[in-house]
Design a protein around this ligand. Structure first.
Ligand code: NAP
Length: 209
């Protein structure tokens, strides 16, 4: 699968490593010249190419957005219709600046990003796993240590694609529901946020709210 990643920090670079490891065709971008990602490209044995965010959008059948939430308005708005977009972003007011819509819980960070992206099929995923666990804790299916990753989204087909990617890199996806209500269950402050849980444990906790 062709995967375009926007954001080359802890999570973006770790996803690039994971997806390229299992044979996906991956490009990655940051907010600067792609040349600034030369070190990362070398670290990943040239399996990943550095591009601009617009090129990552054009390339990807799946596009990953993994930047500080406060910068989402800088994301490309063209070319995302019909693509599966994975949103790993979280809202941290001290880093991102205050957003009254989120402080009042009128909406969620993922819905605001989806709207900015022109209504792409957005799935919230990988926002609730610490990057070192994402890097180091892949396990085969059935392993009792295999960690679960909550996902939410309002497009079932897009969610199925993301669930498949999560399984293939060695984690269990657990569906938390539609983008707004589901996403609230695994955003910062939620019980399951950043918790290290198996699929059964995560499912049970999601049912309690
Ligand atoms: N760290 C974690 O364990 C973790 C876990 C789950 C979710 N998250 C969330 O996932 C998101 C990314 O986290 P992170 O820890 O990976 O962040 P990070 O290490 O600070 O990296 C952020 C990346 O975003 C890029 N970026 C910023 N604005 C951009 C733009 N307009 N266009 C393209 N790239 C842009 C930065 O590139 P430049 O350096 O060129 O600006 C940098 O590569 C955040 O919302 C975070 O809350 C983090």
């Amino acid at each position: 699968m062709r995967i375009g990643i926007i954001g080359a920090g802890h999570i973006g670079a770790t996803l690039a490593r994971q997806f390229s490891r299992i044979g996906h065709d991956v490009v990655i971008s940051n907010s600067r010249d792609p040349e600034t990602l030369r070190g990362l490209v070398e670290e990943l044995d040239g399996k990943v190419r550095a591009v601009t965010p617009a090129e990552a959008v054009a390339f990807g059948e799946v596009v990953v957005v993994s930047i500080p939430y406060g910068r989402y308005r800088e994301l490309p708005t063209e070319g995302l219709q019909g693509k599966v977009v994975i949103d790993t972003c979280n809202y941290y007011p001290e880093r991102d600046g205050r957003d009254p819509d989120l402080d009042s819980d009128a909406t969620t960070s993922s819905e605001k990003i989806r709207d900015h992206l022109g209504g792409a099929d957005l799935v919230k995923a990988f926002n609730s796993i610490y990057w070192e666990n994402l890097r180091d804790r892949s396990r085969p299916k059935g392993d009792p240590e295999r960690l679960a990753i909550p996902i939410s989204g309002s497009d079932e087909e897009a969610k199925a694609v993301v669930a498949g990617l999560i399984r293939d890199i060695g984690f269990d996806p657990v569906d938390a529901g539609y983008l707004g209500p589901g996403g609230r269950k695994h955003q910062p402050g939620a019980k399951v946020y950043a918790a290290e849980l198996t699929a059964d444990e995560l499912s049970a906790l999601l049912r309690t709210g």
